[in-house]
Design a protein around this ligand. Structure first.
Ligand SMILES: [Zn+2]
Length: 212
């Protein structure tokens, strides 16, 4: 589309072009698809976007998103509340869930420590995790935590965060493990295949006593 298109259409192309992985050409294609689509389809998309922004709330236990202050995982009585898989982002949780790799519960940190950019534990959901470890009353069915699995990205920031968490959890009688090192170093969980993730989960190792 030339820059001389109707401003309303141009505004849509601009918005679509802000999406990750969408360049100008793709944004134009999507905009024209939406123009031709039925009102139901196009407005259904708009409604889905509105709903994720306005109707989802953060789970008070784990930081995942849900439609009430307790997410679907935390409110599922079949989940083992004694095993917490710690992840950096909700997208990592979704990855583990869609592959069916974890029967316990989660804790979403909201990122990883990045000392060079000034991101410390106080900017992440670390306090909430430590509270869950210290006080069983913070957990579902007041279940004491038996194991914390550190499912962080195999990056420098992920490793820094893992060591910090392991030190914080050390005073409690809790097994701390981390995903096995089958994951490509410096990569992210997002890039790992389901089979690599499954192996990393099965072969998880205790963190205590490991030489850095
Ligand atoms: Zn939750």
């Amino acid at each position: 589309m030339s820059a001389g298109g109707p401003p309303t259409l141009e505004a849509l192309v601009d918005r679509l072009g802000q999406l990750p992985g969408i360049g100008r050409r793709s944004a134009e294609r999507l905009a024209f698809w939406l123009l031709r689509a039925s009102s139901d389809d196009a407005l259904g998309l708009a409604e889905a976007i509105r709903a994720v922004k306005e109707d989802l709330v953060s789970c008070r236990v784990c930081g995942h998103l849900g439609e009430s202050d307790l997410c679907a995982i935390c409110s599922d009585p079949r989940r083992d509340a004694g095993v917490i898989l710690v992840v950096e982002e909700i997208k990592d949780l979704v990855r583990f869930e869609s592959a069916g790799l974890h029967q316990g519960v989660y804790h979403v940190l909201g990122g990883a420590m990045d000392p060079l950019s000034g991101v410390g534990p106080e900017h992440l959901g670390v306090d909430g995790l430590i509270r869950r470890c210290r006080d069983a009353a913070c957990n579902l069915r007041e279940e004491p935590v038996r194991e914390v699995v550190l499912g962080l990205n195999p990056t420098l920031d992920g490793d820094t965060t893992a060591l910090h968490l392991a030190n914080q959890i050390e005073p409690f009688d809790i097994r701390v493990t981390r995903l096995a090192r089958g994951l490509p170093s410096g990569g992210t969980l997002e890039q790992a295949s389901v089979s690599v993730l499954a192996d990393a989960m099965d072969d998880r190792r205790p963190l205590g006593g490991e030489t850095p």
